[in-house]
Design a protein around this ligand. Structure first.
Ligand code: FNR
Length: 373
């Protein structure tokens, strides 16, 4: 009999295959699979392949400069590490290993609310390396406030509020595998030591760990989250706030009206709404609305340096690297993540040179051509 566990998935890359070989099957599926029919996940990649680069030549590309500035942050490259929770399921050192890589390659790390290790432990590994904190606005306002205060106290220089998870998407494979990393305690680094969270428990996590983990699952997100609720977070901090999960131009307009400091266009890597617009396809209309008033970052589907080039050409200021980072982590810890970044940056640098641009600012939509089908 052929069981699902014996069927090899279609790997997107050699890196993904290496990660598969290193991981427990349920953990690999949790990372690699998407919501529903996985149409969104596939669309994210198709969207990139529809755009082709129309290069310029004879432009003296002897020196390529990948630097830019975002808020007060000097970016050596346009890459960020996406907030990915539960990283211990990929490697025992989880976010600590990723933080060591981030520090070495000088890529800002966006630390997830649902990280395996606490934001303090991760900050410790990062030293002075730049970091942002991704916030799931909790059903319990005291917990939200406490997470924000801890982020501020630990050198996180922006808050990324994820707004595409009022409820969890339908993840069929995880349901079949009966697998939840949060239930297994792999995403509780920020909660089990948080004073506001602990005050909600009848018994300490040492006395009743299962109940504590369930409490985190119950309160991690807020189905009632709306623009009014965001105002409260705005009052909690003077740090820049970016909204992650914007896809509609009307929401981009509202983000501006509600004094948000940045937008991250994302469909959560196809893990939430099935048959959702690709992030890259959402970018041009949002750029049209936002212009250069606040930064726009592009997340979901970035796999190569050429993808980064296309996202920047369509108006993104920077991009988030998601699954490739976690596959690198699973394959070979800190070294694995570093290798992924080096490969992508090499591809970006060569693509810039071959397309005839010398700086990030010179990459524009004139260099792209959209294939009809
Ligand atoms: C995520 N993502 C995510 N996003 C977020 O805001 N908070 C989180 O805790 C997580 N956790 C998480 C875990 C895993 C295993 C994955 C794969 C993703 C979504 C992530 O930030 C990003 O949006 C996607 O990974 C982008 O899609 P691609 O490019 O990785 O396909």
């Amino acid at each position: 009999m052929i069981t699902e566990a014996r069927i090899q998935p279609n790997f997107e890359s050699l890196l993904e295959k290496r990660a598969f070989e290193k991981m427990r099957r349920e953990a690999f599926d949790y990372i690699a699979r998407g919501a529903g029919s996985e149409a969104t996940m596939q669309e994210n990649l198709f969207a990139f392949s529809r755009w082709k680069i129309r290069p310029r030549v004879l432009r003296n590309v002897a020196h390529i400069d990948m630097t830019s500035t975002l808020f007060k942050l000097k970016l050596p490259t346009p890459l960020f590490f996406a907030p990915i929770g539960v990283q211990r399921i990929a490697h025992p050192d989880g976010e600590l290993a990723t933080a060591r890589a981030a520090e070495k390659v000088n890529v800002p790390l966006i630390v997830s609310s649902a990280s395996s290790y606490s934001m303090e432990e991760i900050a410790n590994e990062l030293g002075n390396s730049p970091r942002w904190f991704q916030l799931y606005c909790s059903l319990e306002e005291t917990v939200t406030k406490s997470l924000v205060e801890r982020a501020e106290a630990n050198g996180y220089s922006a808050i990324v509020i994820t707004v595409d998870t009022p409820v969890l998407g339908i993840r069929e494979t995880d349901a079949r595998n009966q697998y939840s990393p949060l239930e297994e305690g792999d995403g509780c680094g920020n909660y089990l030591g948080d004073p506001a969270f602990l005050s909600l428990l009848d018994h300490s996590p040492e006395e009743d760990r299962k109940a504590a983990l369930q409490k985190q699952i119950d309160i991690i997100d807020q189905p009632g989250l709306d623009w009014n609720a965001l105002k409260k977070v705005r009052e909690m901090t003077s740090l820049p706030i970016l909204l992650k999960g914007i896809l509609h131009p009307e929401d981009a307009k509202l983000a501006l009206e509600n004094n948000m400091d940045g937008i991250i266009i994302s469909n959560h890597g196809g893990r939430q709404l099935d048959h959702c617009i690709a992030s890259l396809d959402a970018l041009p209309d949002i750029k049209n609305i936002v212009q250069d008033r606040i930064p726009i970052l592009l997340d979901s589907g970035i796999r190569t340096g050429v993808d980064v080039f296309k996202a920047l050409a369509l108006g993104a200021d920077a991009v988030l690297l998601g699954r490739p980072l976690i596959y690198g982590l699973a394959a070979n810890g800190t070294e694995g993540v570093i290798n992924v970044v080096h490969k992508i940056l090499h591809e970006l640098e060569i693509s810039m040179a071959l397309a005839g641009v010398r700086t990030i600012q010179e990459i524009n939509s004139d260099l792209l051509f959209k294939r009809e089908r």
